[in-house]
Design a protein around this ligand. Structure first.
Ligand code: FAD
Length: 318
C-alpha cells in the first residue's frame, strides 16, 4: 500500500515509521531482521531502506601503478526491501538516488520494484562521493531529484524511455521527496530551496520527509513556509535521538543542522555516553510528543543502524 494511503487511513492518528540501512556487504540479513523485530510491536505501516552509492578507491598494483576500483559497502536495497516486506508483511520504501545511475538503470530498478509489489519510492539526488568536491551526475543520469521524480511520474503514466506503453503497463508508485527545515546546505538561500521543493511536488512527489532536526521550531516554520508556498502534500518530520557525545559535532558536520544549546550543553556535560544517550532519548521523546500534539501524520526515525534507542523512544509514545 502507498505511504499516502497509510496516512489517510490513520485518520489523524500519528503513525510510527523508521529507516534502516542495508547490511554491509557479506553480512547476514538476520542481523538486520533482529534490529527490526523489536520495533515491529509499534506497528510501523512502512519501513524505509536507504541506498548507499559506490565509492572509488585506489589500490596499488604490483609494479606500483595505482588502479581505480569501485567499492560498494552496502548494496542490495531492492532485494532487502522485498525481504523485509515478505518477512514482516510491512510496506517498504526503497530510497532511489540520481548519483551513479543512468536513466536506463533507474528505469530497470523501478521495473524490478514494480514486479516485487513495492508501491513506494523515496526519490533523492544523493550526496557527492568522497572523491568529488560537488555532486556530479551520471553522464546519462539526473542532476536533481526533481528530474528523477519526473521519470517516476512518467512511468506512472505508462511512458518509458524508449517507448510509450499501453496504460495497463503504467506503474503506480507513491513518490516521496526530501525537505530541509534548516535549508539544504547547497541552496543559496531558503527561498530558492523552497522553490525547488515546490518543483519536486509539482513534478509528482506525493509526500515530504524532512531531514532530522532537534528544534521543533525549525519544523513548524518550515511547514508554515511550505503551506504558504502552496505545497500541500503531507510533511513527515524525521527525527533521531542523539546517542553519543561525539554526535554533537558529527551530526552538524554531516547533516548541516543546529543542535539547540540546552541539548548540546546537557550532552556535553554528561559523564559518559550512556548518560548522553539517556539525555538524547529524553529530548527526542519530548520533541515527538510536541509534534504529535501538533498533529503530524507520522514520525519517522533515523536508526542509522542502531534500533535500541528508537525502541526506547517509541515505547514512550506508541
Ligand atoms: P535535490 O532536491 O535535487 O536538491 C539538491 C540541491 O540542489 C538543493 O540545494 C536544492 O535547493 C538544489 N536544487 C534542486 N533543484 C534544482 C534546480 N533545478 N536547479 C538548481 N538547484 C536545484 N542520500 C543517499 O545517498 N541515500 C539515501 O538513502 C538518502 N536518504 C535520505 C533520506 C532523507 C529523508 C533525506 C532528507 C536525505 C537523504 N539522503 C540520502 C541525502 C540526500 O541525498 C542529500 O541531502 C542530497 O544532498 C540532496 O538530495 P535531494 O533529494 O534533497 O536533492
Amino acid at each position: 500500500m502507498k505511504v499516502t494511503e497509510h496516512l489517510e487511513r490513520a485518520n489523524g492518528k500519528t503513525l510510527f515509521s523508521f529507516e534502516v540501512l542495508p547490511p554491509r556487504k557479506g553480512e547476514n540479513i538476520k542481523n538486520l531482521f533482529s534490529n527490526i523485530e523489536p520495533l515491529m510491536e509499534f506497528k510501523p505501516p512502512f519501513i524505509d531502506v536507504t541506498y548507499h552509492r559506490e565509492e572509488y578507491a585506489y589500490r596499488k598494483r604490483p609494479g606500483g601503478l595505482l588502479e581505480k576500483v569501485t567499492v560498494r559497502k552496502r548494496p542490495g536495497t531492492v532485494g532487502i526491501c522485498a525481504a523485509i516486506k515478505n518477512r514482516f508483511d510491512v510496506d517498504t520504501v526503497p530510497h532511489l538516488i540520481c548519483g551513479g545511475f543512468s536513466k536506463e538503470e533507474t528505469e530497470n530498478a523501478l521495473i524490478d520494484l514494480h514486479f516485487l509489489g513495492i508501491d513506494n519510492v523515496l526519490a533523492l539526488r544523493g550526496d557527492p562521493i568522497k572523491t568529488e568536491s560537488h555532486f556530479v551526475p551520471d553522464p546519462n543520469g539526473h542532476a536533481y531529484a526533481s528530474d528523477l521524480i519526473a521519470q517516476v511520474a512518467c512511468m506512472n503514466k505508462g511512458h518509458y524511455l524508449d517507448e510509450e506503453q499501453e496504460d495497463s503497463f503504467a506503474t503506480d508508485f507513491c513518490i516521496g521527496t526530501a525537505g530541509y527545515p534548516e535549508k539544504h546546505f547547497e541552496a543559496p538561500n531558503y527561498g530558492a530551496d523552497m522553490r525547488y521543493l515546490k518543483q519536486k511536488v509539482e513534478r509528482g512527489a506525493n509526500y515530504i520527509v524532512t531531514q532530522m532536526f532537534f528544534d521543533n521550531e525549525q519544523f513548524f516554520a518550515f511547514e508554515k513556509k511550505c503551506r504558504a508556498a502552496g505545497i500541500n502534500v503531507p510533511i513527515i518530520p524525521g527525527l533521531k535521538p542523539m546517542t553519543t557525545k561525539s554526535q554533537l559535532t558529527m551530526l552538524p558536520r554531516t547533516f548541516y543542522l543546529n543542535i539547540p544549546e540546552a541539548l548540546a550543553e546537557a550532552v556535553h556535560d554528561a559523564p559518559d555516553n550512556a548518560a548522553a544517550r539517556d539525555i538524547g532519548i529524553e529530548w527526542c521523546i519530548n520533541q515527538s510528543k510536541e509534534l504529535m500534539a501538533h498533529g503530524v501524520p507520522c514520525l519517522h526515525y533515523y536508526s542509522m543502524g542502531k534500533a535500541e534507542s528508537i525502541r526506547r523512544v517509541a515505547a514512550a509514545l506508541f
